[in-house]
Design a protein around this ligand. Sequence first.
Ligand code: GCU
Length: 457
Amino acid sequence: MLVYVLPLLLSHPQQAGSVQAPQPQYTAEQDHKAMMDALHIESIRPGKNGMNPRDPNYANYDESKANPFPTLPDPLVFKSGKPVKSARDWRRRRTEIVEDFDREIYGRVPRHTPRVNWEVASTTNENNGNFKVVTKKLIGHVDNSSFPSIKVDIQVSLSTPADAKGPVPVIMEFGFAFPAGPRPGGNRPTGGPVRAPQGSQPGGGGPTWQQQVLAKGWGYATITPNSVQADNGAGLTQGIIGLVNKGQFRKPDDWGALRAWAWGASRALDYFETEKAVNAKQVGLEGHSRYGKATIVAMAYDPRFAIAYVSSSGEGGAKLSRRNWGEIVENVAGSGEYHWMAGNFIKYAGPLGWGDLPVDAHELIAMCAPRPVFISGGALNGDGWVDAKGMFMAAAAAGPVYKLLGKKDMGTTEYPPIETPLIDGDVAFRQHSGGHTPGPNWPTFITFASRYIQAPG
Ligand code: GCU
């Protein structure tokens, strides 16, 4: 009870109408604890240590111990036990899967979310390498008339080739849209290994991903996830989630940051649908690591996105949660990362276990079907934490859904040698030999994507 009473008391000044009153502030630990109380959970199992091999709780990197729950939920069997036999059946089965992801894993987006009013803050003609582009800085003002003390302005940057013959395809990255502006701080979850900064360039300093995309005649965009929702549990009573909840704590099946970030991307797509320079039917998404998770979530939930490049998404993304390799459910359920997910997800770190998850990552990938998805990870040495093989296995297990819908799976269920592109089907995979970065797989993704999206003329 205390859980819901406390914030009400603390937020009383707003309710009394004084809009300027500061938001009640909680630490991530306090918010996490409040959610555990709401779930009647006293303690959860600890996450793996990704740093110290001498810790008895060091992450597992031994394949013989990696599959404690080898049987996955079958995407092609209804909850009733009946088989899914047609595309029509799949539409109904997909609804069951979506409900499980909504309630237990990523949380529900509220039925009514506020309107977003897009402002073109600036339009600039500029050069990117040898390419001339038109860059628009966009601000999505979220209607906060329901709770004026929380303000959300979504930051997006859009660049399209200046000499385009018509509306162009656009690849949108989850990243930092306004590099010169304020960069709201993210968190550094505990447990995971310390990695090199995220790069977007292939080794040897070749063209950036934006230049590779421009070379195809496509445009590129960036959305700042933190402008939609902070990347920490302390921010859950603020941002878009806090705005809709009027500054109160989440309910256990309320949305987490991944769905909030994905919601922001969908709002950017709303804007692109009104933008003459963009072919909104050919907008792809790309994101790395936690933003790789946001990418697969956005792609799975919004059928308007044409294609996705899901880089090193790991646990909570394209990796099977039933795998014991690198990062595990317990890490994501802890106070450094639980804000990405629905509160209910915490249950699977105790009292429940991985085998109790009603759905797993292969069904998230299957939600994207029949649209093309490229799943990417780096080498074991450097990107082991994200479990490239666990992501491959999820992509393979999504294959039957693609086939049912008349599309092609990866063509194999056998884990390929590193650097083997599996891009002949509609669900695709490649493990590159770099570390925790999307850089080395951009050329492979662009080759794959070229089958689906084309510049005008
Ligand atoms: C940590 C976390 C991962 C996440 C990564 C990142 O390592 O454990 O789940 O993907 O941070 O976003 O950089």
